[in-house]
Design a binder for this molecule. Structure first.
Ligand code: 5GP
Length: 194
């Protein structure tokens, strides 16, 4: 997606550890126009499959998740990272090692918000080692539903996640595919069409 790649090229900052900081439009301040356009684009890409709901994980997945769910006209559910006293009912859970925080969280969703027999689109802001996406896929499968696909805003395809998701047999669609952050420079996949 050209507008996203241009924005990354202009405002993205590469931090040590292959972390791309996009705080000015996605992860801290959010550009609502770009975000809604990303949601529309994901809805267009997945328009060939039926989708019942969108699933993401708090906190940074919520903006793009909401944009995608709005465009698809379906509910958005976000997995919680910390157990809340409010979550007294039954939950599906999965362990997820956080790439940026270097800690394992148990993500959870109330079973009532992940019914069986649905097609669920997983959406997240970044793909690194695939922990978050695969954890979300596990929640969908525990619920007895099907992963319709995984939609990512920024896919750091040189890390493990891209390969792991494809190997696991999921459909992966990414709006911006980065092949290298070496030397503090962002390199996008050549000829990537969105
Ligand atoms: P994964 O679970 O695929 O290893 O990492 C994806 C998750 O970690 C995303 O939900 C995102 O919040 C965070 N993340 C991973 N890499 C980056 C990055 O380079 N920049 C930012 N801002 N977040 C990242």
């Amino acid at each position: 997606m050209d507008s996203l790649e241009k924005r990354i090229a202009k405002e993205g900052r590469v931090l040590p550890g292959n972390v791309l900081k996009v705080d000015s439009f996605l992860n801290h301040q959010i550009d609502p126009f770009l975000c809604m356009d990303m949601g529309k684009e994901l809805a267009r890409i997945f328009s060939d499959v039926h989708i019942d709901r969108v699933l993401t994980v708090e906190a940074s997945g919520i903006a793009i998740g909401l944009a995608a769910a709005y465009a698809l006209q379906v509910p958005l559910v976000f997995a919680k990272k910390r157990k809340s006293l409010l979550m007294t009912d039954e939950v599906y859970t999965a362990p997820v090692y956080s790439y940026t925080k270097k800690e394992t969280n148990t993500i959870s969703v109330l079973t009532q918000f992940l019914p069986a027999g649905e097609n669920v689109l997983i959406v997240d802001d970044f793909l690194a080692n695939g922990e978050a996406s695969l954890g979300l896929a596990s929640l969908v499968e525990q619920a007895g539903s099907r992963v319709a696909g995984i939609g990512i805003a920024v896919d750091k395809a040189f890390q493990n996640g891209h390969e792991r998701i494809l190997k696991a047999g999921y459909r992966l669609e990414s709006l911006a595919v980065i092949t290298s952050l070496e030397g503090g420079r962002v390199t996008f996949q050549e000829g990537h069409e969105c």
